[in-house]
Design a protein. Structure first.
Length: 401
């Protein structure tokens, strides 16, 4: 245990990234798919307000979850999209409000691959697959070869509208996480087989994004410490992936775990005692000099201080705690509170907790969270209904892609 009075400075210390950019403190808002875009991949006022609230709340870095590089493969119809058709003015306003107080704001560049939203896509992963009720098609060689340019185009757009960095999403079971996973990636070419081969597309994407955005623009990545799924990415392979990432121009590696594959464990739905991935981070730390953010299960300031104090973590990633209290960073930096009030859910259905937190995000974006009193089943119902209602507008906008 740390003596919290003597370790207060650990949260306040700026973090300098390899590219030279500086994050003003050690608290990161991990990506959360907020489902607050307008159903055409563009930002809404509530969405800009949400990130503005977190920036006002003192965070060093906020990451916007699931910002799609290809509208054919979204995670949800409430995602943002970075494409030639994007509303640049609205994106500019989002980036500007979200960087209040010198906060960094990075979109998480996503592609849901085999897990893309069924009503508006035809899911396609690294390989054609059928597991139980799950099915997806496999990407052709040409489609794989187009990925680095696709991510690079999205990253340039992000930079142009004022985002201060990007995060490449390679976690939680979506496309690049599928490439890493032997369960999803059955390819026999240079992108499948050994962990080096399964990492190859990620390294190509990083290289392409770096040459597009230049040497001083931050590029982060989120990867799993393990998929927690039989046949998925193991801890040993994840450590090997860290070793490979160490040789790239990545600026910040975020470690998390779990998968949104149907039936798998996801960390946003977990109610087990955290923090979850600090032991993995300890091992990863010996393999790389790139700064590490660890996300999953942090609930108290004391836990955050302990992880920073023992040097296994460079920054602490938070998701649900920052929904319950968008001012948490200021509170922890000042030492005025230790822990938000976490709700307890009795026997929640799969995905239910994540749905509840997503609806809470909407309330924060509308400055109305003090009235938020949805129970789990009403939250799930509203969450699903809102997404289904957006499918028509999404298809209308993106049918030419
Ligand atoms: C509502 C919600 C949406 C999420 N969406 C994303 C996402 O878009 N991208 C991502 O990488 N992780 C996503 N996550 C996972 C979080 O980033 C985080 O890894 C996980 O919740 C564990 O952290 P926590 O215990 O602090 O909540 C989401 C979590 C929640 C609660």
């Amino acid at each position: 245990m740390t003596n919290s009075a003597s370790s207060d400075h650990l949260l306040n210390r700026p973090l300098e990234l390899p590219c030279g950019a500086v994050i003003k403190n050690r608290l990161v808002k991990s990506a959360m798919s907020d489902s607050l875009a307008d159903g055409e991949g563009d930002p809404t006022d509530a969405q800009a307000r949400l990130y503005e609230r977190w920036a006002e709340g003192g965070l060093g870095l906020s990451i916007i979850g699931e910002v799609q590089v290809d509208p054919r493969f979204p995670e949800k119809p409430g995602n943002l999209v970075l494409s030639a058709d994007s509303d640049l003015k609205a994106l500019h306003s989002l980036a500007s409000r979200a960087s209040t107080n010198g906060a960094h704001i990075w979109p998480q560049l996503g592609h849901a691959g085999g897990l893309s939203y069924l009503s508006i896509s035809q899911p396609k992963g690294p390989s054609a697959l059928k597991i139980g009720g799950f099915r997806c098609a496999g990407m052709s060689d040409t489609e794989v070869s187009q990925l680095p340019d696709m991510y690079a185009r999205a990253a340039i757009l992000a930079k142009d509208v004022g985002f201060t960095g990007v995060q490449i999403h390679a976690g939680h079971g979506f496309l690049l996480s599928q490439f890493l996973s032997p369960l999803f990636n059955r390819r026999k070419d240079q992108y499948g087989g050994s962990i080096e081969a399964r990492c190859r597309i990620i390294v190509e994407i990083i290289d392409k994004v770096r040459s597009a955005v230049g040497a001083s623009f931050p590029i982060g990545i989120k990867i799993n410490s393990s998929d927690q799924l039989e046949g998925g990415l193991t801890q040993e392979d994840a450590l090997e992936a860290i070793r490979i990432l160490d040789q790239t121009s990545i600026d910040l590696i975020e470690l998390s775990g779990g998968s949104y594959f149907p039936g798998a464990k996801s960390s946003s739905d977990s109610s087990s005692r955290g923090p979850y991935f600090v032991e993995f981070s300890e091992k990863a730390k010996s393999l790389t000099s790139i700064p590490l953010v660890v996300t999953g299960g942090f609930k108290t300031r004391e836990q955050a201080l302990n992880s920073l104090a023992n040097g296994t973590v460079d920054s602490v990633g938070l998701a649900r705690a920052l929904v319950l209290n968008p001012e948490l960073a200021n509170d922890w930096l000042a030492g005025t509170s230790d822990k938000p009030d976490f709700p307890r859910f009795e026997a929640p259905p799969q995905g239910g907790i994540t749905a509840w937190y997503t609806m809470f995000l909407t309330a924060i974006g509308n400055d109305s969270e003090s009235n938020f009193d949805l129970d789990l089943s009403s939250a799930i119902h509203l969450y699903e209904e809102r997404d289904e209602n957006r499918c028509v507008t999404w298809q209308r906008k993106f049918s030419r892609f």
